[in-house]
Design a protein. Sequence first.
Length: 160
Amino acid sequence: METVEIEEWDKARVQKETNIETLKLHGAYLGFIEEKLGKEAVIECISAMAKHEAGALQNIPTKEDGALKLAVIQGTALKNFCGSEDVEVEGNEEQAIVTIGKCMALENTRELIRMGAPITEEMSCDGCRGFYANLAKFMGLENADFVRTDDGCRYVYSKI
């Protein structure tokens, strides 16, 4: 019997391609919703997605609670699924901060813009911020502050 060697993927490339496809998919269905039903329907859709996600996340057992739980979940997802770099999380149950030094969603949005996609950096960042602000709300927190930098951003979460 012959042994087959399993190829190890280039994780950075897979993350980038997955992130671009996700951005295209979200852009397509949210664009369709906006065209058919208006911007308020898009906001309602994002809120519904965040509510569903919050229910799932609250049931995940973690050693962190409150604001720190959301910050760790967000930081972990952005670093490992999206490939964002220089991701830092600090804080406690009452208040936590997620800092993304280089956001790959923003980097990939810039690539889509160069390819002619009808999206702006502001639209992309507004979508991400809206999702996480709603997610925080449904987890009993607030997105107390959001600051965008040239290549990333910072979220501050606090207990309500």
